[in-house]
Design a protein around this ligand. Structure first.
Ligand code: MF3
Ligand code: CO
Length: 251
């Protein structure tokens, strides 16, 4: 495993990449409502990314056919947008988006409510988001990578939710997926030491029931094995001398 340390120049490019992605996510979030198709979301996202002179990094990645992963309810991640998949009141929808700015990738995900949703679904979304923030409390120089994993696990498990183990977070930079892999569940070792200049995509995927998942026949869409709801929250972060910098939140 070799984790890249970004130079000051690279960090500036990662910052700009993340800043643009944060804007794209905010715009997509505003578009979520009953009646919109998952394909409409993808088309809007692709248009926004290109309007900033950036490239959608998911499009054609290992053959993935869209720019935005749109995953509804029991779909965990990598849902494929479809014009005949219309969002309904009460759904929850996870949007995973990424882009390339001057050669540097950013990656982030949010889960939104479609209209009014159940208190149980609200809580799943809230705990999933907070688990990211619990995890990155450990994302600083002097700590180790799996301190993040363990903090996410402790927090999520205290709510009785299932953590998806089949998919993990990752390093990011000139490639979408770089070393290291970042599990969202407890590890027996503390893993590699965190160092300033590492850029990481931390992305808990949390299920209302068990953490077990399956793949649909489209070879992409990951769904919960028990059919219950799943949520996703992800940001690209920078390890610094002190607090981590979250590159994909609005500034
Ligand atoms: N954000 C996703 C991840 O880190 C990237 C999805 S790649 C795609 O796994 F091809 F599915 F879009
Ligand atoms: Co990712």
């Amino acid at each position: 495993m070799s984790v890249t340390i970004k130079s000051a120049r690279e960090i500036d490019l990662m910052r700009e990449s993340g800043r643009i992605l944060a804007i794209v996510h905010d715009e997509l979030g505003k578009a979520i409502r009953p009646g919109i198709s998952t394909k409409d979301i993808d088309e809007l996202g692709e248009k926004l990314i290109k309007s900033y002179g950036c490239i959608p990094n998911f499009l054609n990645y290992n053959g993935y056919p869209a720019s935005i992963c749109v995953s509804v309810n029991n779909e965990v991640v990598h849902g494929i947008p479809r014009s005949d998949h219309i969002l309904q009141e009460g759904d929850i929808v996870s949007l995973d988006a990424g882009l390339i700015y001057k050669g540097y990738h950013s990656d982030a995900a949010r889960t939104y409510a479609v209209g009014k949703i159940s208190p149980e679904a609200e809580n799943l979304i809230k705990v999933t988001k907070q688990s990211f923030f619990e995890g990155i409390k450990m994302a600083k120089a002097g700590y180790h990578l799996y301190d993040i994993s363990n903090a996410i696990d402790d927090y999520v498990t205290s709510y009785g939710y299932g953590i998806v183990r089949a998919l993990v977070g990752h390093g990011i930079g000139t490639k979408l997926h770089e070393d290291p892999q970042i599990p969202n569940f407890r590890q027996k070792r503390r893993g590699p030491r965190l160092q300033p200049g590492m850029t990481l995509a931390v992305e808990p995927m949390i299920n209302m029931g068990t953490g077990d998942v399956e793949w649909l026949d489209d070879e992409w869409t990951v769904v919960t094995a028990d059919g219950k709801y799943s949520a996703h929250y992800e940001n690209t972060i920078l390890i610094t001398d002190s607090e981590p910098e979250i590159l994909t939140l609005p500034r």
